[in-house]
Each structure stands twice: as C-alpha cells, then as structure tokens.
Design a protein around this ligand. Structure first.
Ligand SMILES: *[C@@H]1O[C@H](CO)[C@@H](O)[C@H](O)[C@H]1NC(C)=O
Ligand SMILES: *[C@@H]1O[C@H](CO)[C@@H](O)[C@H](O)[C@H]1NC(C)=O
Ligand SMILES: *[C@@H]1O[C@H](CO)[C@@H](O)[C@H](O)[C@H]1NC(C)=O
Ligand SMILES: *[C@@H]1O[C@H](CO)[C@@H](O)[C@H](O)[C@H]1NC(C)=O
Length: 536
C-alpha cells in the first residue's frame, strides 16, 4: 500500500476519465447470475493459458460478460518501440466550438490528438487519460469523461457545474503501450508481489513464501471453508502446516525488461498535456444541477460525473449529499449504530477520520497490529460501535498474527444485521497485481455474503467504497484499479447496496494524487458515507 509515487509537479486534480464502460447496462446481481467456478481454478501461475481456456469452456456467459466490460484495445508487446509510443509532450488538445461564455449546466468538449515521440500522429487508441476541469481559486474541480475514438483521437467531455473561470487539465497517465505492459504482467506474473509465512513451534521457526497460489512447489494449503478462500505457503522443511502463525508482506519481483520499463518510466507517466487554451468563462443559469436530486438511498442511478468540488466541498450529483461540519452532527448521525468496516488502509482512513472528528468516539486498545486490525472505537453514551479490519489475504502488511486475518465474506456471514447495522466494504488495492479472474471470484463470494445478509436483514445499510486513484506502477496502477472497479460496480449492480464513488472524488481534487488521499478528500468521502447512513 505504500508503493504510491509521490507525484511532485501536479498541482491539481486529476481526473479521471475513463471510459466507464457501460456497467450500468448490466442486469443484477451477484448471487443469482454469477456462479463462481470451482476454487481450484483460480489461475495457473506457470501457464496462464490454462485458466483462460477454462474460462472459455466453463464460465457462464454472465461471467464472460463481466470480464468483457474490462476490454481494452490490445497491442502486441513484441512490436512495440519506445519512439512509437504516445508522448505526453507531443500530444495536444483543443476545445471544440469554443465560445466566450458558457452557462452552468452546459458541457464542454475537448478533442485530444495523440502523437508519438517523433511527433507523428498516432493511429490507434488505448491511451489512459485522466481529465478534469478545475479552478484553484475556487478550490473547484470536476472530472471529465473520455471517449476513445480508436484512431488516436479522444473526446473529453466536461460538465460545467460552477460559475466563474474553469481550466481544462488533461493528464496522460499511461500510453496504450504502457497499458499493454501492465496487462501482460498482471495476467502472466501473479507472483510478482509475494508474502512471508512464519511457522513457529516449540522454539523452532521457519519463514517461507506464500501467495494465493504457489506454483511448482510442495505447499501448505490454508482453506477457509466459511469464506471459500485458499491461501498457500511453501511447506516448511521441518515444521507442520499447523504451525503457521504470522503473515507479512514479502517483496516485489522485477517482471519488466528495460524496454517495458521505458514505457512505465516517470518521464512519460502521469504528465499534463501542454496546452495554450485559456480558462473558459461560465455564467450562472437558471438551471440547477441539484434541485431534482433524490435523497441518498440504495439503487440510485449512477451519474457521470458523480459530483464536483466547489470551495473544497463535494456536491454529489447522485443524491442530496450533506456536510457534517460539526462533530455533533456526525455523532448524532451515528447514534446507536453498529458499524463494520472491511477493507484496506483507504477505508481505515475513514475510521481514523471519524475517530478524530468525534471526540467522544474513543479507540479501545486491542493490542493488535494496526495495519491489519481489527480496530475498535466506541462512544458509550451514544451507543456507537465502529470497527475496522483488513479484508483478509492477500494483504501487504507488517508482521501480523494469521488468526487476526479474517476474510470479509466469513465476517459478513456472522453479522446479524438490522436497521442499526452499517457494513462498509472496499476491496481493490491489494488485488491489482492479480489476474482479473481471481478478483472476480472473490467479488462474487463477497457479493453472495452481502446478499444473504440483506436477505436475513433487509434494513442493513451496505456501502461499498470504490477504488480511488493514486497508484502508477506495474504492481498497482490507476488503470489496474479501474479495471477492478468496473467489475465491482457491475457485480453489485441492482443489489440494495450503495457504491460510494471515491474515484471521481480523488481524481479531480487539487491535492497531488496519492493512494492515501489527503484530509479534505477524506472529509468529503466520509460526509458522503454519512449522507447514506442518515439520509435527509
Ligand atoms: C502452456 O499452455 C500451452 C497451450 O495450452 C501449451 O502448449 C504449453 O505446453 C503449456 N506450457 C506449460 C509449461 O505447461
Ligand atoms: C463484448 O463486448 C463487445 C462490445 O460491446 C461485444 O461486441 C461482444 O460480443 C462482447 N463479447 C462477449 C463475449 O460478451
Ligand atoms: C478520429 O475519429 C473522430 C470521430 O470520427 C474524428 O472526429 C477525428 O477527427 C478522427 N481523428 C483522426 C486523427 O483521424
Ligand atoms: C432566469 O429566469 C428569469 C425569470 O424566470 C429570467 O428573467 C432570467 O433572464 C433568467 N436568467 C437566465 C440567466 O437565464
């Protein structure tokens, strides 16, 4: 989780643009349609083609449809030359049909024309941009939507949500050539991030390598029947598998050659596209973007963009979001609630924010590893219990007791639920380096656990935090995160849960992009969560 690069020069928000593939066209839901294949078929590490064949022969069409949502133009790695790849310096953009004045609520179209390092027009698509419209004076930002024409041109479309000045910002995150490298490494080298297993018994200790799947070695297999998950460690020489006591991050393997590294290097990754376009001027109109919004509840239609910043406050365009500027307001909202958070450190930031913001909500020291939890905070007077724990393996963490690592599906199955119960889940940052089929199976099991929770206790509030931007390497990249996010949104579509869109909120903020967003972003994310817990 701490591999994020510090992106120094970027002052403003980034944005995101993404061809949000049409996830909203999918029909519901995880439980009914998507049957996960048998566990053994995670993937074959030595020979990924086996897994692919398996999927072609055995998956339901729905499973294939889900994976199909993540399609991206394919390039053959063998034919790539650095000089032919997309150059952020040569690439240009201009505003289409530019006017002197725009009105709030209108849209602005920008054509991006990509060029390679020799200044030649590119003739194919697949570049990954993030785009935003922003104003540093107003601390305002809104992400744009990017359409890939497939011929080297891209259309970025921006909603104009505020009056005053607004500046277009287009960032090339990765060229299509870099994406080809990311995709290839994701699918072929699931063991590029590896973990340690610590076996201890009667004063003897051994450390071996562990992962979702260890290929070509004699292994100990740790099967969690409640969650349906398997974890493997190389079998220790002398100790029994039962002596597996601790887990930690192991390391990162180099999986790229020097040509591949050139596509992913800092000199071409995450760079602003230069432009001489001056800011556009927007005047107030009578149309209001928020007057017809519903109160925040489950099953609302997603909006593109999902909101915008103005004076550092996020206005949701999905529902009537509120801002909880006083601790008492947040405390009143959480009164009597039993909150379970399962996820990674980006969700732990929400726990930390609330714990600091509400003075009466105090942490109980459970003497456990902070990076994996569980963590507990309570407000006795108001009857608030708030818990966070890591989502289970795989998890990049410092050394922690394996018995404290519990899979989220197993935990969810132990929650009774009800009107006072809030379950918040996020699942992505520790999965970016694995082939998509693994994530999809994990997702389906979480989905099913949520579905049975909602069946036994339909009044339970279930919130899913989306991925946020920040990663830019072969082990984790915004593009890899986005692919998982597309699957997550599709899998939960139609269920009585809410996806909280942290992606748009991180991609257009003025703070430099980072895997752990800064305080103003977290405040807005938590306010959105509270808006769904206490709708008004
Ligand atoms: C990998 O799969 C391909 C195609 O199925 C096969 O030809 C090849 O022999 C396999 N390689 C290994 C190492 O199993
Ligand atoms: C994948 O999506 C494309 C474009 O939407 C469609 O033409 C194709 O038939 C889909 N393939 C599968 C297997 O669903
Ligand atoms: C690519 O296609 C779009 C839409 O048809 C068009 O507007 C644009 O000019 C084309 N770009 C190039 C470089 O041909
Ligand atoms: C807004 O509406 C009022 C009356 O309905 C009208 O007089 C005014 O010109 C409108 N303003 C704009 C900017 O359209």
């Amino acid at each position: 989780m701490n591999r994020s690069r510090n992106i120094s020069g970027i002052v403003l928000c980034v944005i995101v643009t993404i061809t949000w593939v049409s996830y909203h066209l999918l029909t519901p839901g995880c439980g009914k349609k998507y049957e996960p294949p048998p566990l053994r078929w995670y993937f074959n590490v030595l020979n990924n083609s086996i897994a692919t064949d398996y999927y072609q022969q055995h998956t339901t069409t729905e499973f294939a449809e889900l994976l199909n949502l993540t399609r991206w133009p394919d390039l053959s790695l063998k034919e790539l030359k650095f000089t032919d790849s997309t150059s952020p310096k040569e690439t240009q953009y201009h505003i289409i049909n530019k006017r002197d004045l725009y009105k709030v609520g209108e849209t602005l179209d920008v054509l991006i024309t990509t060029k390679d390092h020799m200044g030649r027009l590119k003739t194919y698509g697949g570049d990954f941009f993030q785009t935003k419209l922003h104003s540093s004076k107003k601390k305002a930002g809104v992400p744009g939507q990017v359409k890939d024409y497939g011929n080297g041109s891209y259309l970025a479309t921006f909603l104009l949500p505020w009056s005053g000045e607004a500046q277009v910002n287009i960032r090339l995150i990765h060229s299509s050539e870099a994406i080809a490298v990311l995709k290839d490494k994701r699918d072929k080298y699931p063991e590029k991030v590896y973990f340690n297993g610590y076996f201890e018994s009667l004063g003897v200790s051994e450390v071996t390598e562990c992962n979702l799947k260890i290929s070509g070695k004699n292994v100990c297999e740790f099967n969690d029947p409640a969650a349906g998950e398997i974890w493997q460690c190389v079998r220790p020489k002398t100790l029994p598998c039962d002596s597996w006591r601790y887990h930690s991050m192991g390391g990162y393997r180099q999986v790229t050659n020097s040509l591949e590294n050139s596509f992913l290097s800092g000199s071409v990754t995450d760079h602003n596209i230069p432009s001489s376009e001056p800011p556009v001027n927007i005047v107030q109109s009578n149309s209001s973007l928020t007057s017809k919004l519903p109160v925040c509840k489950t099953n609302l239609e997603p909006s593109l963009p999902s909101g915008y910043y103005y004076e550092d406050q996020w206005t949701s365009l999905v529902c009537l979001g509120q801002h909880f500027s006083k601790p008492d307001d947040a405390r009143a909202c959480l009164r009597g609630r039993d909150i379970y958070m399962f996820g990674d450190s980006t969700l732990r930031q929400w726990f930390e924010y609330l714990e600091q913001f509400i003075p009466s909500l105090g942490r109980i020291d459970l003497h456990l590893n902070y990076q994996s939890g569980p963590l507990l905070a309570v407000d006795q007077e108001y009857g608030i219990a708030m818990r966070w724990r890591a989502h289970g393996l795989p998890l990049r963490t410092t050394k922690t007791l394996t018995s404290n690592l519990q899979y989220e599906a197993a935990q969810i199955s132990q929650i009774g639920g009800g009107p006072y119960t809030v379950v918040v889940i996020t699942l992505w940052a520790h999965f970016t380096n694995y082939p998509l089929d693994f994530y999809l199976q994990r997702l389906v099991r979480v989905c099913k656990a949520v579905e049975s929770l909602l069946t036994r206790s339909p009044q339970t509030t279930v919130l899913i935090k989306s991925a946020n931007t920040g990663y830019k390497t072969v082990y984790g990249s915004d593009w890899l995160s986005l692919q998982l996010d597309i699957l997550m949104r599709a899998a939960f579509k139609g269920m009585a849960v809410t996806v909280l869109d942290a992606w748009d909120m991180t991609s257009c903020h003025y703070l430099p992009d980072g895997i752990h967003p800064g305080p103003p972003v977290i405040r807005n994310e938590v306010d959105l969560m509270l808006s769904y817990i206490c709708p008004k």
